[in-house]
Design a protein around this ligand. Structure first.
Ligand SMILES: Cc1cc2nc3c(=O)[nH]c(=O)nc-3n(C[C@H](O)[C@H](O)[C@H](O)COP(=O)(O)OP(=O)(O)OC[C@H]3O[C@@H](n4cnc5c(N)ncnc54)[C@H](O)[C@@H]3O)c2cc1C
Length: 403
């Protein structure tokens, strides 16, 4: 058998795998196949800097020369349509076949299209690829009343960028508060009121039922009849892994490709990492996890024996004039007690959640410069007695709340 690694997908999981492989092995052939027209780029920038410089060159994950310097053969604008597991081959959209000794599925995910009547109208968008961001940027020159569906991190970042570009923005969120997975009730309220202070209207418990308008958008409606006027919609309703090309293979999948803690799939020599992978019944959909899984798959594909340990998800938001950090267990029902500091004008809110005497989670709104200290404490399960609280809190202001 040849000695060639093929990586399907030019995202951060695939790039992280290459870096890990090249740390150890400079010889093995690496081929990366991407169905996008561009060199691999930083997807986070699409909403974090929508109106910044979004040229391909400005957001590349690696400089173009990096691929040659690392002996990586990069295929741009080529799609893997099938895998021949028996023959150890991938088949591309031009019917060419490439042999592999190890294969990494790093094909990521696509944005889920919610089943809303009228979602196929003109002026309804979603942002996953660079071109999507360009289209939204252009259309905002004409359309001034966007509505974002989904009050998660990407929806909020999009709303903020559009607001800063002079648009009259509204947000529709199905849940009863913003970012319920990452924030407690108080933090959600603070965020909500800060957002509304920018004249952005937030509609909670709002499941958009229909997008109104003949061809182009004139508004949306809820099942109870409430109508919200808008002239464009940007939806962000979660993701679904890109697994079409494995459907007629013996590779086990559920929502994503099922992997064990070595990032191995059910088929020998085939690995998966990042948004396409389902580990412990979960699709992470997160950048840091894609990096970690990609790295681990890279090491294991060249014969190392690394085990993936669940990493604690971190959320950061820099928008609406604030910084926000949330990490770990922020569910008061699952903690013994918490330590809180809050300012009366609601500009600062810090809360550390303690479980079994360890720092289990944290929320910070305001100055998040010290959040790496909290990140490390949560990752390393530091005992609260061993943690210097004065690094985070003004001690005289701490309130202890028993849960
Ligand atoms: C706008 C936006 C903002 C985000 N913000 C955050 C954030 O703040 N924090 C966070 O943690 N995460 C964020 N995410 C999620 C994060 O970007 C993903 O978790 C991460 O990109 C996953 O990396 P990946 O390499 O697994 O997949 P992807 O980045 O999806 O890359 C996979 C690549 O494979 C290609 N591909 C798919 N199928 C094939 C095929 N058959 N053949 C060849 N190529 C194929 C895809 O087109 C894509 O280029 C954001 C995502 C978006 C879209």
């Amino acid at each position: 058998m040849n000695n060639r690694i093929i990586i399907i997908g030019g995202g951060i999981a695939g790039i992280s795998a290459i870096k890990a492989i090249r740390e150890v092995d400079s010889e093995i052939e690496i081929h990366m196949i991407s169905n996008e027209k561009f060199y691999p780029y930083n997807r986070l920038r699409l909403t974090k800097g929508l109106f910044g410089n979004l040229s391909e060159e400005a957001i590349l994950l690696q400089k173009r020369e990096w691929y040659e310097a690392n002996s990586v053969k990069l295929y741009i604008n080529k799609e893997v349509t099938r895998i021949d597991v028996e023959e150890h081959e991938v088949i591309l959209d031009d019917d060419s076949r490439l042999k592999f000794s190890k294969l990494l599925l790093a094909s990521g995910a696509h944005n889920f299209t919610p089943p809303i009547e009228g979602i196929d109208k003109q002026n309804v968008y979603t942002i996953r690829h660079l071109e999507d961001a360009w289209v939204v940027k252009d259309i905002v020159l004409e359309k001034k009343k966007p509505l974002t569906i989904g009050g998660g991190i990407q929806g909020l970042e999009t709303a903020w960028e559009l607001n800063q570009h002079g648009a009259e923005v509204a947000i529709a969120e199905i849940q009863s508060r913003l970012m319920p997975m990452q924030l407690d009730i108080k933090a959600s309220q603070i965020l909500h009121s800060i957002i509304e202070s920018y004249n952005i209207k937030v509609y909670l418990e709002t499941q958009v039922h229909k997008i109104l308008g003949e061809n182009s958008v004139t508004g949306v409606s809820r099942e109870d009849g409430l109508q919200i006027s808008c002239d464009m919609v940007v939806y962000n309703a979660g993701v679904r892994p890109n697994i079409k090309y494995i459907k007629d293979t013996p590779i086990n999948f559920n929502k994503g490709v099922i992997v064990n803690n070595k990032m191995e799939t059910s088929v020998q020599d085939i690995y998966a990492a990042g948004d396409v992978a389902e580990f412990k019944s979960r699709i992470s959909g997160l950048w840091n996890i894609a990096i970690e899984q990609g790295k681990l798959a890279g090491y294991n594909m060249i014969g190392m024996d690394k085990v993936y340990k669940d990493i604690v998800p971190v959320t950061t938001l820099n928008a609406f004039g604030i910084s926000l950090f949330s990490m770990g267990n922020v569910d008061e029902g699952k903690c013994d007690y918490s330590l809180i500091e809050e300012s009366s004008e609601n500009k600062v809110y810090k809360r550390i959640f303690i479980h079994e005497n360890k720092i289990a989670g944290a929320i910070v709104i305001g100055d998040t410069k010290k959040s790496p200290i909290l990140k490390s404490a949560i990752e390393n399960q530091i005992l609260v007695d061993e943690f210097d609280l004065s690094k985070i809190f003004i001690e005289s202001e701490i309130i202890t709340r028993k849960e």
